[in-house]
Design a protein around this ligand. Structure first.
Ligand SMILES: CC(C)(COP(=O)(O)OP(=O)(O)OC[C@H]1O[C@@H](n2cnc3c(N)ncnc32)[C@H](O)[C@@H]1OP(=O)(O)O)[C@@H](O)C(=O)NCCC(=O)NCCS
Length: 219
């Protein structure tokens, strides 16, 4: 097999990316191709795929926001302008992780790590203060009868339980900041909920502006 490559998404990747996303989520509707093409138009450097040769095996999608404009309570649809990323604001200081997924056949092989590494590199490259994301909690439906959402999330942080997404994000150096209810209502595994997480860029310089990309420049 060829080497794993993380690169910006191209229009030619879009049908493969959408097909992969459809296979990843049992209850959440996949993006349309038009929607992903629109995201590429809004912030091309924020859209990344992982691939082995021609085969797309993962994706990470981000936009820049002014975090202060969003209360801690927001839904995925609200903070991504319904997946269009039209609220992407190049003067913001926060990279918002809108999506990450890996081909189910290749989980646990550090593809997600490489996508997160690329996201951290983008954050440093743009002199952004942090990465914020809301992570699904797909293991919660198995424990919802026994404990609250918050207790479940804390048990992941404490190491008493593992969750397929939050455990991964903690391993990637993110800090848990609390739970967000009704983040993706149609996410049956997470009962619609999510955890709020943050990674602070250690190299962030508040005296320098956010560094924008030139036309056609890649991540
Ligand atoms: C979350 C996801 C992207 C992780 O991708 P992945 O390629 O399997 O993760 P990696 O192999 O890169 O794992 C990186 C680290 O996290 C750990 N990790 C990954 N999944 C884990 C799990 N289920 N439980 C505990 N730790 C886990 C790995 O052990 C690894 O640790 P290491 O640094 O000690 O080796 C993947 O499971 C996925 O696509 N999930 C479905 C889509 C989804 O829900 N995305 C989240 C949207 S908010």
């Amino acid at each position: 097999m060829s080497e794993l490559l993380i690169r910006n998404t191209t229009p030619a990747d879009v049908p493969h990316l959408v097909a992969l996303q459809r296979s990843v989520y049992p209850t959440i509707a996949a993006w349309t191709e038009e929607r992903v093409l629109h995201q590429l138009g809004v912030f091309p450097q924020g859209q990344a795929v992982a691939c082995y040769g021609d085969r797309i095996v993962g994706c990470a999608s981000s936009l820049v926001i002014r975090w202060d404009e969003w209360s801690t309570d927001h839904s995925w649809s609200e903070i991504t302008a319904n997946g269009s990323f039209d609220n992407h604001d190049p003067s913001g200081r926060t990279l918002y992780g809108a999506e990450v997924f890996v081909d189910p056949r290749l989980r646990g092989q550090r593809v997600g790590h490489r996508l997160y590494e690329a996201r951290r590199a983008l954050c440093r490259r743009m002199n952004l203060k942090r990465i914020i994301a809301c992570g699904r909690l797909p293991g919660y439906h198995r424990h919802a009868g026994a404990m609250s959402l918050e207790t479940y999330a804390k048990k992941i942080v404490w190491g008493d339980l593992t969750d397929p997404v939050l455990s991964f994000q903690l391993k990637e150096g993110f800090s848990y900041c609390g739970v967000i209810e009704n983040y993706i209502p149609e996410d049956a595994e997470s009962l619609g909920h999510a955890s709020l997480i943050v990674w602070l860029n250690p190299r962030y310089d508040p005296n320098r502006p956010t560094i924008a990309f030139g036309p056609g420049e890649k991540m």
